[in-house]
Design a protein around this ligand. Structure first.
Ligand code: ATP
Length: 437
């Protein structure tokens, strides 16, 4: 599914104009399937990942983190089933030669490139793994793969984590990192790219508790998007039909977002049974089990996996927060982002560039930036500067004006209500702290 809309075009333009996302290798004509995150985008993407990590690791005693390697040997991917099954159905249009993913066509009979009907080749399975060579000798023994998901890192480190972390089921291992898929049809901006970032957690549970934890994680993950400011009416939790399920999964639900081209996946939550640990135990010859000393029972934990995309989620946050508003006959573009997701939390704006204001403003900047990501802007009229901050979603603007020299106070302007409060400089960090938890 693809297509543009005014909202989609606005997000792509804003991203380019404000340094959120750039097409990669643009000076060489672009690479289409990968993107670079600019000075504002890198902050926002980091905030998406930090917000996930905060909820999934920092605030929980039953989840620990991991940062596993991107490159791994074929055995991992043989055992996981990716070398055999991680493929999408590829078809060619016999008229124009364009290639498509059969299961993602709006109309299964019509070429989206040239519009010709009924001229597709038979579908063949196209494996999405990126293969490379590790080491100086190029032979079959040096084949390695870039991971297409972060999840396998958690499975193959299950015993390492169990033996070193004092955790026992139910417990989880969480990871954020890059994944690579040779997608047949990358597109819709950063929605589907060949290099992207994932935020995944494998939650290991006693088999009889799997269903309960599956329900629990579906709810937790759905609510995470709402807690971070997404509009509820743009989100839904969709349970997969039985014919959509992987053979090992007894339940999968997707958190879907209402993108301009229709409902599409942000995250999948799957009840994976003991498939992954059993596969790796059989292939490696290592036991991947838990021995419960209290009951004397040894078992292979079942796994509940919430798997989200960081880059895709960031795009959904951008779309969801984008507003154009009329303010006293003037229009303003504003990103109404949750403060945890907003690239900058605060901007410090001296009313004039004169040293008598810029010096105290620099001091205010130093105080605030020690705590939060803060922008400093002294160019152009104050109204323009407010608009610039609105456009990138900065929740608070702190203005240092000539009265500051008299009352040692600043004006703090709220992005959404545009109300202004006078706050004394020695209280401004506390004032912001109450609003930027
Ligand atoms: P699809 O069916 O759309 O190809 P998938 O169901 O194979 O996706 P998963 O393997 O469940 O995706 O991956 C988990 C998450 O990783 C997805 O929900 C998505 O947010 C993200 N993701 C997967 N592929 C891509 C990609 N090519 N570009 C950006 N994000 C991706």
């Amino acid at each position: 599914m693809s297509g543009t809309s005014p909202l989609f075009d606005n997000i792509v333009n804003l991203s380019k104009r404000r340094g959120i996302v750039f097409p990669s290798a643009e000076i060489y004509g672009g690479f289409r399937s990968t993107y670079d995150y600019g000075p504002i985008g890198v902050l926002m993407l980091r905030n998406v990942k930090d917000a996930w990590w905060r909820s999934m690791v920092q605030l929980r005693q039953d989840v620990v983190g991991l940062d596993a390697s991107i490159l791994s040997p074929p055995q991992v991917w043989e055992a996981s089933g990716h070398l055999k099954n991680f493929s999408d159905p590829l078809i060619d249009c016999k008229n124009c030669g364009s290639r498509h993913r059969e299961d993602k066509l709006d109309d299964p009979n019509t070429c989206p490139t040239c519009g010709t009907k009924g001229q597709f080749t038979e579908a063949r399975q196209f494996n999405l793994m990126f293969e490379t060579q590790a080491g100086p000798v190029k032979d079959s023994g040096s084949v390695a793969y870039l991971r297409p998901e972060t999840a396998q890192g958690m499975f193959i480190n299950f015993a390492n984590v169990l033996n070193t972390s004092r955790k026992k089921p139910p417990f989880g291992i969480a990871q954020i990192g890059k994944s690579f898929r040779n997608e047949i049809t990358p597109g819709n901006f950063v929605f589907r790219t060949r290099e992207f970032e994932q935020m995944e957690m494998e939650f290991f549970v006693p088999p009889e508790e799997a269903e309960k934890w599956y329900e629990y994680w579906c709810n937790e993950r759905f609510n995470w998007y709402i807690e971070h400011g997404m509009n509820k009416e743009n989100l839904k939790l969709r349970a997969h039909d039985s014919d959509e399920l992987s053979h090992y999964s007894s339940g999968t639900s997707d958190v879907e977002y209402k993108f301009p081209w229709g409902w599409d996946e942000l995250e999948g939550i799957a009840n994976r049974g003991d498939f992954d640990l059993t596969q790796h135990a059989n292939s490696s010859g290592n036991k991947l089990e838990y021995f419960d000393q209290a009951t004397g029972i040894r078992y292979t934990p079942h796994v509940i996996e919430p798997a989200a995309g960081a880059t895709r989620t960031m795009m959904a946050f951008l779309m969801d927060a984008y507003c154009e508003e009329d303010v006293d006959g003037d229009s303003r573009t504003v990103l109404k982002l949750h403060h945890r997701i907003a690239p900058y939390k605060v901007a410090v704006l001296p009313l004039s560039k004169k040293p008598e204001l810029s010096e105290p403003a620099q001091k205010v900047y130093e105080m605030i930036s020690a705590r939060w990501m803060t922008d400093y802007d002294e160019t152009q009229a104050i109204g323009k500067r407010y608009r610039r901050q609105d456009e990138i979603g900065t929740p608070f603007c702190v203005t240092v004006d000539f009265d500051t020299l008299e009352d040692s106070a600043v004006t703090v302007r709220d992005r959404d209500s545009m109300t202004q409060d006078r706050v004394s400089i020695d209280q401004v960090v506390n004032w912001l702290n109450d609003r930027l938890d």
